[in-house]
Design a protein. Structure first.
Lengths: 460, 462
């Protein structure tokens, strides 16, 4: 459990986002899906803007647009009307309904409303194939962050749509539940799986939906995403790989596939850095039954070569790492490998697992663990960091004010990246992601050194 | 337009008008349609936009974390001094607060933050779920106000109680609590309050400087680079100069009623409106100071003699290009229509999120035949219009940008996140330069709507 509780009542500059935002992002990774917020209009508009500023892609989120009278008498009528409009105009194949604080508080029974809605649509003669799948997930932000919302949505999709008929045998496919990573990460994971010869179902797959090509026509729903047929088959897959150490021991989507359909589950940390990536490749090797392809062995070798070439630049530097817990764990694991000293690992999330996970990835590289803080805001992160004199920061854009205050580099990773270009293409995972992160960190440190030097070295 | 008619929800048909095709009529001021992806924001958003730039006040959002997180330092509302407004404060309500009520937490959070930051006043924003769980915001505010001896003002901005415009109203009501509580001695008879300018990219400083050159004192900035003590003295100004369709109009009306302060509506976008706004202010003070008009003429003349030659190159390049406008308030749309006209461009689409019947009537009057006028639009509609009209540049907010870019249409951000001032004469230059930078970029040649695919390219070459 968390061994720390905040001395403060108020929250200043939160280091987390709200739960339905995560759910919308997860739904966006499903083919033909429209994320739908059951609540008032404002939440949807805010989240869209937030997501768009990072991905620079269209991001439609429909809303049931509740007004005052609905807040008093319940939002059922608006939810139904909204669903009908989404069906009619978007041609959605899946509508992902996430609740908001408002509808959870007024107590709308969304599963029941949806059951009635589906039944009535069927009675009115709407053919089954015209009716989109409707998945619902409860996402009140007063319990949990966007990451809980993300995982809850993935779980809801699996729970409500995955199947495995009695007579169906195991397929050759492997389910991959990557968590919330960048589109570039997802593309790279797909490449790895293809290279290993493993047919894969990635859920969700935002590789194209949130990083698509220029188009001639506006698509009501972006191309790409995990198809419903694939999702339906997930119960028959021969294994599931689920990324994220905070999910260990949780009733996650992977666990659900295991208990309901007996799909063996491999739980791994988010593969950032050498060791966590090795774990992924070990599992893949096992599943593929063949050695890791040469291409990736070479990438691994080059990564270690780079670690050696750059070790003097990174050794002993102190870092503050903040953001989503699983990302923080992965980054910490990676920094430990390259001799950077994590000073503070902080998150607005509160899974209760951050300390244990960091102990695990430390694996006695450092005799003493960094300061670990769950459920904190940037006020506390700043307060804590002040006395630590870090050399660099790793996290999303919202920590930029710290970088400015301490005059140290910020390595922008994760979400959101609102003050730089190309956030959707930042690669974090695997040997290749580690290579990119390592290059960026070394260069940021060199840059800081060069800037600070009165000499103006042109040769570092 | 067969596929377009599919794109438009039947219920919304009367919120779209094509000038010249039908007699003018346009429905507006409706609730957003459930299931449509509206670009509209909530009451809270409206209040937050208006009050946010008051830089020495504490802005505490009472609610779950999202409402505060999404509004943290997202606008370029600059301050010349304190920057308390750039921090995002929330009570971050948790499940137990929702069940047992959040008043106690709100009280303790307020005390904590006031002790920590020593603000001049505090605004406490209500969000949707606070409206539901029934916390008595006003009572908590009164209590803290007494304990800490400073104004603690509730902003009744529960998101679901209307749209952004209701939020503007709530914000004005909150500010009005401060008006009339300060000392007004020493204020010049030639004095104004600047209402409805949020000092994005330092714009209010441009306007203040113009007024200064005209010999007019600015008492309070409402709210760009705003200060609580200035707000307290606003009733000492001779005139309220109100920009923007709705944001601070209610405050001007309340002040007129209670203090008899007259107001005029202005716009600082585009040459015509900018100059006319200054002249309107000058005419108001003409009786007190017969020279104010000539000083204003001089100012406008000076500014134009710099600006117009600068615009020449842009105008040549941009002549006949097509523009689309979709902005929050209709008043901004008027100015943009005129600004594009000055650049020799054609406005083929204009719309707003929250325009009123009179606003749309006026838009109808100032636009050309064939122009599409639309209220509370959505991405599907907007994209179909952009394509239909083969638009060269689209002016909108950050939510519209990806629509334009996905289709390979140029875009100009005219919302609250801009980093270059667009107001004033210098703003017209910046605007023209931005439009030029986008429209003239070579990248549009390569986008699918204007170019052949790689396969076609290869085929043509072989
Ligand atoms: S009400 Fe809840 S769902 Fe809506 S923005 Fe606020 S925190 Fe997020
Ligand atoms: S919860 Fe209400 S106040 Fe907060 S963002 Fe959503 S609509 Fe606006």
């Amino acid at each position: 459990m968390s061994d720390y509780s905040s001395p403060y009542i108020s929250t200043t500059n939160a280091c987390k986002l709200c739960k339905p935002l995560g759910a919308c992002l997860a739904f966006r990774g499903i083919e033909g899906a429209v994320p739908f917020l059951h609540g008032s209009q404002g939440c949807a508009t805010y989240m869209r803007r937030y997501i768009i500023s990072h991905f620079r892609e269209p991001m439609d989120i429909a809303s049931s647009s509740l007004g005052e009278k609905h807040a008093v008498y319940g939002g059922e009528a608006n939810l139904r009307q909204g669903l009908q409009n989404v069906m009619k105009k978007f041609g959605a194949r899946l509508v992902g309904v996430a609740t908001t604080c408002l509808t959870e508080t007024i107590g709308d029974d969304v599963p029941m409303i949806l059951r009635t809605f589906k039944r009535e649509m069927a009675e009115q003669g709407t053919a089954h194939q015209d009716l989109p799948a409707i998945v619902n997930v409860a996402t009140p932000s007063y319990s949990g962050t966007h990451m809980e919302g993300f995982h809850a949505a993935v779980r809801a999709v699996v729970e409500q749509l995955a199947e495995c008929p009695e007579d169906a045998g195991r397929s050759a496919a492997v389910n991959l539940l990557p968590g919330f990573t960048s589109p570039a990460d997802v593309r790279y994971l797909q490449e790895i799986m293809a290279d290993c010869g493993i047919p894969v179902i990635v859920l969700p797959d935002i590789s194209e939906t949130l990083d698509g090509p220029a188009l001639d026509d506006y698509r009501k729903i972006p191309d790409g995403g995990t198809s419903l047929a694939e999702i339906a088959r997930m119960g028959c897959s021969r294994a599931t790989i689920e990324l994220g150490r905070t999910l260990f021991g949780h009733e996650s989507a992977g666990r659900l596939l295991e208990t309901r359909f007996q799909v063996p589950l491999h739980r791994l940390g988010v593969p950032i850095g050498l060791r966590e990536s090795d774990r992924l490749f070990e599992v893949l090797q096992l599943l593929a039954g063949v050695e890791t392809p040469e291409k990736h062995v070479l990438e691994r070798g080059r990564l270690i070569d780079a670690y050696v070439d750059g070790h003097k630049y990174t050794f002993g530097k102190g870092a503050v790492i903040y953001g989503e817990e699983d990302l923080v764990i992965g980054l910490t694991s990676f920094l430990l490998e390259i001799g950077v000293k994590p000073l503070l690992c902080a998150s607005g999330g509160k899974s209760g697992r951050l300390r244990e996970a960091i102990e695990d990835v430390n694996d006695s590289i450092l005799p003493e663990l960094p300061i670990i803080r769950e459920g904190v805001d940037f006020y506390e992160i700043a307060e804590e960091a002040e006395s630590l004199s870090p050399d660099l920061l790793l996290g999303h854009s919202k920590g930029y004010h710290l970088a400015r205050r301490f005059r140290i580099p910020l390595i922008r990773v994760g979400f959101p990246i609102h003050d730089r270009f190309g956030g959707q293409r930042v690669l974090h995972l695997g040997y290749r992601g580690a290579q990119e992160l390592f290059d960026r960190i070394v260069n940021a440190l060199l840059d800081a050194k060069q800037e600070a030097s009165p000499v103006g070295y042109g040769y570092m | 337009m067969s596929n377009e008619s599919q794109l438009i929800f039947e219920e919304r048909e009367d919120q779209i008008h094509r000038k010249g095709e039908q007699p003018y009529r346009l429905a507006c001021d409706r609730d957003s349609l459930a299931g449509a992806v509206s670009q509209r924001a909530c009451v809270f958003c409206g209040s937050r936009v208006v009050l946010y730039p008051i830089a020495d006040a504490l802005h505490l959002v009472h609610g779950p974390i999202g409402c505060a997180a999404y509004t943290w330092d997202i606008r370029g509302a600059l301050s010349s001094g304190p920057e308390l407004h750039r921090l995002s404060f929330s009570t971050d309500l948790q499940e137990k607060d929702v069940i047992f009520g959040g008043e106690e937490k709100l009280h303790r959070a307020l005390i904590e933050l006031i002790d920590r930051h020593g603000p001049k006043a505090a605004f406490v924003y209500s969000t949707c779920i606070v409206g539901i769980i029934g916390d008595d915001l006003a009572a908590v505010c009164r209590r803290v106000s007494k304990e800490k001896e400073l104004p603690v003002i509730p902003v009744q901005s529960e998101g679901f109680k209307g749209n952004k415009r209701a939020g503007y109203h709530a914000a004005c009501k909150a500010m009005f609590e401060l008006v009339g509580t300060g000392d007004v001695s020493g204020i010049s008879p030639l004095s104004v309050n600047i209402l409805g300018d949020f000092n994005l990219a330092g714009e209010i400083w441009i306007i203040r400087e113009y007024f200064q050159r005209m010999g007019i004192e600015t008492v309070a900035n409402i709210t760009g680079d705003g200060r609580v003590d200035d707000l307290r003295r606003t009733h000492g100004a001779a005139l309220n100069v109100v920009q923007c369709s709705g944001a601070t109009m209610d405050l001007a009306k309340m002040m007129q009623e209670k203090f008899g302060t007259p107001f005029i509506r202005v716009s600082y976008f585009g040459v015509e409106d900018m100059a006319e706004s200054l002249y309107a202010v000058a005419r108001f003070f003409e009786k007190q100071d017969s020279n104010v008009l000539s000083r204003t003429q001089e100012l406008v003349h000076e500014e134009l003699s710099v600006l117009l030659p600068q615009l020449k190159e842009f105008r040549q390049a941009l002549r006949g290009k097509k523009a689309a406008i979709y902005v929050g308030g209709a008043f901004k749309a008027f100015s943009l229509v005129k600004a594009f006209r000055l650049l020799g461009m054609k406005v083929v689409l204009v719309g707003s999120q929250t325009g009123t019947a009179e606003d749309y009537q006026e838009l109808h009057e100032i636009t050309d035949e064939g122009t599409i006028i639309v209220d509370d639009s959505n991405p599907l509609e907007l994209s179909s219009f952009l394509k239909e009209k083969d638009v060269d540049i689209f002016v909108g907010g950050v939510k519209e940008r990806p629509i334009a870019y996905k289709l390979g249409v140029g875009f100009c951000d005219h919302n609250h996140e801009r980093k270059e001032p667009l107001e004033g004469f210098v703003g017209m230059f910046n605007f023209a330069r931005e439009v030029y930078t986008s429209v003239m970029s070579p990248v549009w040649r390569f986008v699918p709507r204007r170019s052949r695919t790689l396969a076609e390219e290869r085929f043509a070459g072989s």
